[in-house]
Design a protein around this ligand. Structure first.
Ligand code: HEC
Length: 127
């Protein structure tokens, strides 16, 4: 069996630490922005009263039982049973559910794209 070539091993040794060094501070910053986004999302979920219909762990008063619980959202495979559960699709769903699934019982609530992205970020933290 042939192992990785010496050149490739050298490239990995030299490039990976350099890359990590460059990427490190950017990642750290992204982490802080992410957690602000997550906190903002949680506040928005309360503000838009999504909890009138949904139970949402960590969001005060969100104990609605009209629609599915959003408990464990980060582990879900589908949105509304048919759309792949990815953050950008979830944000679109929150902003305009009727556009994605015509006739759905989830109302379009006039949520802006950026508010929807923050709410999606929070929901993806739920395990
Ligand atoms: C009037 C009740 C109502 C409100 C308010 C409401 N939803 Fe929904 N929501 C629904 C219903 C009903 C569904 C199921 C839709 C379907 O399956 O077609 C749903 C589905 C969802 C889903 C997919 C659930 C799953 O198990 O796949 C998410 C995520 C969601 N809503 C998020 C939100 C967010 C975020 C808000 C606040 C901006 C919100 N909802 C406000 C009724 C509501």
């Amino acid at each position: 069996m042939l192992g990785p070539s010496p050149l490739r091993r050298l490239a990995v040794k030299v490039c990976v630490p350099a890359w990590a060094l460059l990427a490190g501070p950017a990642y750290a910053e992204g982490g802080i922005q992410d957690s602000q986004q997550v906190q903002r999302g949680r506040a928005l979920l309360a503000q838009y009263q999504c909890g009138a219909c949904h139970t949402i762990p960590g969001v005060p008063a969100a104990r609605g039982e009209f629609a599915q619980t959003l408990r464990g959202w980060g582990q879900r495979s589908y949105i509304a049973g048919r759309l792949p559960n990815r953050p950008e699709l979830l944000a679109r769903w929150i902003a305009e559910p009727q556009a994605l699934v015509p006739g759905t019982a989830m109302p379009s609530m006039g949520v802006s794209a950026s508010d929807a992205q923050a709410m999606a970020a929070y929901l993806f933290t739920l395990r």
